[in-house]
Every structure is written in structure tokens, then in C-alpha cells.
Design a protein around this ligand. Structure first.
Ligand SMILES: Nc1ncnc2c1ncn2[C@@H]1O[C@H](COP(=O)(O)OP(=O)(O)OP(=O)(O)O)[C@@H](O)[C@H]1O
Ligand SMILES: Nc1ccn([C@H]2C[C@H](O)[C@@H](COP(=O)(O)O)O2)c(=O)n1
Length: 666
């Protein structure tokens, strides 16, 4: 996950490959609660690992459920309808799928068994309405105290108190379908007689109720339904664990990749695994909307394949009540359409993680789009003149994910612009690895992928600076010196004469090199520590003088230019490898400072060192690196000089990030 203040997406051009979706959030949290309410053990496989499931699991632990997690499999030993803990304070983050059902379940359990439970969340959760559910539960006889603003969390649920099960429980269905879901999940716990739930108003997001009913059936509860107006939990209903449940992929998350296929899969289709025509989730119907906009979609039982059909896309007018979450993706697809796109019946957007109608309108306008909005609709015009924009994400995962699609603007305008996604880690709510998955399936022109080069003499701090800048921007890092070190080490081990450029270069194609988690493997050997030895640095400097060796390593170095960007350190990054880099730094420090730094570095690793000897070695290395014929150590003409003799690491990093920001269009 990119835990950084912003992530810059360079212009993206194509898409292909296979995406394996994370588990569905809606199914994951429902199944966890159902397993917790059932008797016995339920093994839940392919569970979504995200913020919302994490708070649910934590709540279940606090309630006394046995929870054992191994990767994406969780084993839950349920309560069998009996409260083990009679008191708990549950923090539920911003997870509506945890807040609403847990409120209902704990309210009825406290009413029948006694107890006191507090449910709370992040500030935005305390702005998301729950009053209609609370009213329904109070009507049933549950004791619920408002701990903040009436109608909103936090709440205290306590008991015992008598429940009036003989009169229908009435709940509004036109604000959030989660209120009805919450009652459907909770009332089987107290079904000593038939319990009737009546929906007031037009029920929205009906497909989510279908998910609830299907999962209830898997856990032994056969709800009787009268259209979408009334539901009856039969007397004697009792949760029974099915033993094992597989969570299907998240259909709302699929929408970004369906859109990606529609926009950018021009050669081969993009394959999406985890959802398909047999999916329980209503958001799978997003494919119909995407097809109406021009996508070519093939669907198997649990997979989709999507490629570009009509181009530009076609503007549509669509009632999106059945796909409220995925519909946000349509609003960004609309930028690539011919004609306006109008999405209606989306009032629920206003009470989600943020006011999504306002958020989408504001951020689309930042890109230059013309957008109109109403209480429950939004209209987006196609965009011809794109502006680079920093997209505010409102702690809303879906805003972050759907705006990543704006980075394909280069497909419709010659003047492609990058897109900055602020607080990209908000995707952790449902799809922590969203951007990594995106980068694995999209292509960009190498020239569009930004590179920051940091060249300079040994021990000036290039590697340290490159690592920190890379971390701050979410960019990859190329330590080019390590490649020369590997070549030197391999030559020495093979007994090759280091002055024989052809012989050393001939070794390079056969090097079995692997880069993993900051370590470098040569074959199966982790050579990272060996490479950093001073002696290996000298070997590297010797083999680096040969043009044949430099050219043998050239392509490998270029291959590090990958999304979303690169920080490359070495001697010739700005002059020979990446002459088009938008920011080039030449990093220096006095020889005395560098020798002292290297001395401290070695001593801290328990390696004996002599400061005078180190200084002599590094000066000798500087001389060789500066005076060789091919790609000598020298600042690029357009490099910025940074002498960090008197600067700490943080100050150097701040300086480089400032220079970088000055070059960005945001
Ligand atoms: N600005 C700085 N102030 C103080 N110490 C620093 C600074 N920058 C780097 N260092 C320290 O100096 C040592 C050498 O830094 P680093 O290994 O990053 O240099 P380098 O230029 O990459 O060296 P080489 O060319 O040999 O790979 C490290 O211990 C690092 O922590
Ligand atoms: N781009 C590069 C990187 C490194 N070298 C040579 C010269 C150095 O002395 C040696 C080791 O580099 P270090 O790990 O200290 O950065 O490799 C080069 O010629 N060109």
C-alpha cells in the first residue's frame, strides 16, 4: 500500500493482463457477523483484508468469539446466539457494514440477555445516519442511548428490556439498505415467533438485500419475502454454520478494472477474476452500464474479460440505484465519452464515506470538466482540455480508485497530464493493494514515467537520499552502483581479469540476479552485505571503466523505469541513462565529510575501519570514476548541485522534494 501523502500517476496508455480481485467487503463483513452469531466453527476463505474487515474482526474478538487468522482465511468460533461478554466498547472505524448490523445484533442480544455495549467510529461515521435503524429497534423495545447527536453514532445499547415481537418492525428503506440488512441479520437471534419487518418508503440498493438474504440462507435462515415491502423471519430460526464459506471477489472493486478495459484494453482484453455472471453482488451489473458506454464484456461464472469497444465511449443516462457504489466509476468514464452522462437516483451518495455527489463534482471540475449536480443526480460532460489536478480523496476509497482512471487522458488529448491522488492510502478500506494492482496491469510510455537522478561521488549520501525520496513519492529506486558491484564481484569470483572489459562484460548476461525486498540475490545467495563491502566498491570502480561493461548493464538499468516513477542513483544516471529526467541532482560533500560518514557507517556495522585509509580509497575511486573515458562521473548540464557537507539527511531530502514539487504541475 502507498502510505504517502500523495501519489502521482503519470499519463497511462494501455491495459492488459489478469487482475485477481480482493474479497467482497459486503460479503466479508456479513459472513464474519453470521459466523460469529452461529454455533460452532466457520472457516471463511478469501476474506478481504482491509480496514473495514479489521474493525469487524476486532469487534468479534472483543465480544468473545474465537478468531484465528491465517492469511486470507479466518476461522471463527461463534457465540451460538449467547453473549459471552456482557460489556464492550467497540470502535468500528468508518465501516457501515460493521456499524449497522452490530448495532442491531447487540441491541436485541442486550435486550434478551442483558449487557451494555458502546459502538463508535471515526468522526465521519458519527455524521452517517443511523436514526432510522435506531427508531426501528426502539420500536421493538430495545434500549438505545444516543452518546452524541441523536440519530448518529456513537450509541449505547443496553438491556435487559422486553421486546415486542408480535407487532411488525418498521424500518425506512430509502436512506440506506443497511438498516434493513441489519434487522434481517439480528432478528433471527430472537425469533421465538414469526417476526415481520415492514419497509417504509421505496427500498434502495435492493441487490445488497439480495446478498443478505442469500447469505442468511447459507447460515440456515429462510426469510420469507413479500416483494420488497415485507420480510418474515420464521419462528424458531436458528443460525447454523455451513462450516466453510468462500468469499467472492468484490464487484464494486471490479468496476475500476472493467472501466480500465473499456478505456485502455485495445489489443487483448483485461481479465478480471473473482466475479462473474454467478456473483451474488448487485454491483456486477456495472458491466451492463459499461457495455452501454461501449465496453465489450465477456462473462464467465467467476470471471470477466473486458476490452475497448466503442471509442470514444458513449454518454449514457442511467438510474444507478441498483449499483450505487460502482456508479462512481461511470462518472469518471464519462470524461472519455461522446456526449454527456447523467447518473440519477443516487441520493445515497450523499451519506456515504463522504458526500460523494459533491466530492465527485468538485474533483471532476478540477480536471477541467463541466459538471452539474442535483440532490440525487450528477451530469458529467466529456472533457477535451484536461488540466493536471491534485485530487482530494475525502478519506473515501472509491474517490481515490475511480480518479486513477483519469490518468488515461493521453488517449483523448495530445497534451497528456499527470493526476495526483492525495492520501492514496484511503484505499485500505476495501482494496489495500489497489494501486499496485493497477500498475501491474497498465502501461505507460517510458518517457512519461518520471525519473529523479542522483549522481555524485562515493559516500556522498546518494543511496540514502534516493531511498528516502523514493519512499516519500512511492517511487522505485535504482542503486546502479550495486550492479557494477555485482559485475565486479562475479568477475573476481570467476577469476576473470578485471582489466579485460570483454571478458567481464561477457559475464553480465549470465548473472542470475534477483531483487527482493531491498536485498540482492545472485543465484540463491543473498549478496547484499557482500556488495556493500569497501573492497567490492573498488572492484566495481575497476570494471566500470570498460565501455563493454557499461553497455552490458545499460538495458538492465533502463528496465527499472517503471510505474509510478524512479529515483536512480549512481555516476551517470543524469548524463547517460536518463538524460530526459525532469530532475537531476549532483550530490557532493567534502572528501573529509564523506570519509567520516563512511567510517561511522562501517563502525556501526561492527566492521573495523581506518578513517585515513578510507579517505585515500574514496579519493582514488573518485579519480578513476571522474577520469574514465566512458560516462565519467560529472554533473549533467542541467543538474542541480547539492553539497550536503553541512546538511543532515532530512534537510537533503526536504530540499530534493521541494525541487521536485517545483517541477510538478500541481
Ligand atoms: N546528509 C547526510 N548527513 C549525514 N550523514 C549522511 C548524509 N547522507 C548520508 N549519510 C550517511 O553517510 C553514509 C553513506 O551514505 P550512502 O551509502 O547513502 O552514500 P552513497 O553515496 O550511496 O555511497 P556509495 O556511492 O558508496 O554507494 C551512510 O551511513 C549515511 O547514513
Ligand atoms: N552509475 C554508476 C554507478 C556506479 N559506478 C561505479 C563507480 C563506483 O565507484 C562503483 C560503485 O558504485 P557505488 O555503489 O559506490 O555507488 O561503481 C559507475 O561507474 N556508474
Amino acid at each position: 500500500m502507498f502510505k504517502i501523502p500523495f501519489l502521482d500517476l503519470p499519463p497511462l496508455r494501455g491495459a492488459a493482463g489478469t487482475v485477481r480481485l480482493p474479497g467482497s467487503k459486503s460479503i466479508s463483513n456479513r459472513v464474519l457477523l453470521l459466523a460469529a452469531l452461529s454455533e460452532g466453527r466457520t472457516v471463511v476463505r478469501d476474506l478481504l483484508a482491509s480496514d473495514d474487515t479489521a474493525v469487524m474482526l476486532e469487534a468479534l474478538r472483543a465480544l468473545g468469539c474465537g478468531v484465528v487468522q491465517e492469511g486470507d482465511t479466518v476461522s471463527i468460533v461463534g457465540l451460538g446466539g449467547n453473549l459471552l461478554a456482557k460489556q464492550a466498547k467497540l470502535f468500528l472505524g468508518n465501516a457501515g457494514t460493521a456499524m449497522r448490523p452490530l448495532t442491531a445484533a447487540l441491541a436485541v442480544l442486550a435486550a434478551t440477555q442483558g449487557g451494555s455495549f458502546e459502538v463508535s467510529g471515526v468522526p465521519r461515521m458519527h455524521e452517517r445516519p443511523i436514526g432510522d435503524l435506531v427508531d426501528a429497534l426502539r420500536g421493538l423495545g430495545c434500549a438505545i442511548d444516543d452518546l452524541g447527536n441523536p440519530g448518529y453514532p456513537p450509541l449505547r445499547l443496553h438491556g435487559p428490556s422486553p421486546l415486542a415481537l408480535d407487532t411488525p418492525v418498521r424500518v425506512r428503506g430509502d436512506v440506506s439498505s443497511q438498516f434493513l440488512t441489519a434487522l434481517l441479520l439480528a432478528l433471527p437471534l430472537v425469533a421465538t415467533r414469526d417476526i415481520r419487518i415492514e419497509v417504509i418508503g421505496e427500498l434502495i440498493s435492493k441487490p445488497y438485500i439480495e446478498i443478505t438474504l442469500a447469505l442468511l440462507a447459507r447460515f440456515g435462515i429462510a426469510v420469507r419475502r413479500e416483494g420488497w415491502e415485507a420480510f418474515v423471519i420464521p419462528a424458531g430460526s436458528k443460525y447454523r454454520s455451513p462450516g466453510e464459506v468462500f468469499v467472492e471477489g468484490d464487484a464494486s472493486s471490479a468496476s475500476y478494472f472493467v472501466a480500465l478495459g473499456a478505456i485502455a484494453a485495445t489489443d487483448t482484453p483485461l481479465r478480471i477474476e473473482g466475479v462473474g455472471r454467478e456473483s451474488l453482488q448487485g454491483d456486477v451489473r456495472f458491466i451492463e452500464a459499461a457495455a452501454a458506454m461501449g465496453a465489450e464484456v465477456q462473462a464467465g461464472p467467476n470471471w470477466l474479460e473486458v476490452r475497448r469497444g466503442a471509442w470514444p465511449l458513449k454518454g449514457i443516462t442511467l438510474d444507478c440505484n441498483h449499483i450505487p457504489d460502482a456508479a462512481m466509476t461511470l462518472a469518471v468514464m464519462a470524461l472519455y465519452a461522446h456526449g454527456p452522462t447523467t447518473l440519477t437516483n443516487i441520493a445515497s451518495w450523499r451519506v456515504k464515506e463522504t458526500d460523494r455527489i459533491a466530492a465527485m463534482a468538485t474533483e471532476l471540475r478540477k480536471l477541467g470538466a463541466t459538471v452539474d449536480e442535483g440532490p440525487d443526480w450528477i451530469r458529467v460532460q466529456p472533457l477535451a482540455h484536461w488540466q493536471a489536478a491534485a485530487i482530494h480523496t475525502y478519506d473515501d476509497h472509491r474517490v481515490a480508485m475511480c480518479f486513477s482512471l483519469a490518468a488515461f487522458n493521453g488517449l483523448v488529448t495530445p497534451a497528456a497530464v499527470p493526476v495526483r491522488i492525495l492520501e492514496p492510502h484511503c484505499v485500505a478500506k476495501t482494496f489495500p493493494d489497489y494501486f499496485e494492482t493497477l500498475f501491474a496491469t497498465v502501461t505507460a510510455d517510458a518517457a512519461d514515467i518520471p525519473v529523479i537522478t542522483i549522481d555524485g561521488p562515493t559516500a556522498s549520501g546518494k543511496g540514502t537520499l534516493a531511498d528516502e525520496v523514493g519512499k516519500a513519492l512511492g517511487y522505485g529506486v535504482l542503486d546502479s552502483g550495486a550492479l557494477y558491484r555485482v559485475a565486479g564481484l562475479a568477475a573476481r569470483r570467476a577469476g576473470v581479469d578485471l582489466d579485460d572489459g570483454d571478458a567481464v562484460a561477457a559475464l553480465v548476461p549470465g548473472l542470475d540476479l534477483r531483487f527482493q525486498d531491498g536485498h540482492i540475490f545472485l543465484g540463491s545467495e543473498d549478496v547484499s552485505a557482500r556488495l556493500r563491502a569497501e573492497a567490492t566498491g573498488l572492484l566495481a570502480s575497476q570494471v566500470a571503466v570498460h565501455p563493454q561493461v557499461r553497455s552490458a548493464l545499460h538495458q538492465l538499468q533502463l528496465s527499472f523505469r517503471r510505474l509510478p516513477g524512479l529515483v536512480a542513483d549512481g555516476r551517470d544516471m543524469g548524463t547517460a541513462l536518463f538524460p530526459d529526467a525532469p530532475l537531476k541532482i549532483f550530490l557532493t560533500a567534502s572528501a573529509a565529510t564523506r570519509a567520516e560518514r563512511r567510517y561511522k557507517q562501517l563502525i556501526s556495522k561492527g566492521i573495523p575501519a581506518n578513517i585515513e585509509g578510507l579517505r585515500e580509497d574514496l579519493e582514488a575511486r573518485d579519480e578513476r570514476d571522474k577520469n574514465r573515458a566512458t560516462s565519467p562521473l560529472a554533473p549533467a548540464q542541467d543538474a542541480l548541485l547539492l553539497d550536503n557537507s553541512a546538511l543532515g539527511i532530512e534537510e537533503s531530502v526536504t530540499q530534493v522534494l521541494d525541487w521536485w514539487q517545483q517541477r510538478r504541475p500541481f
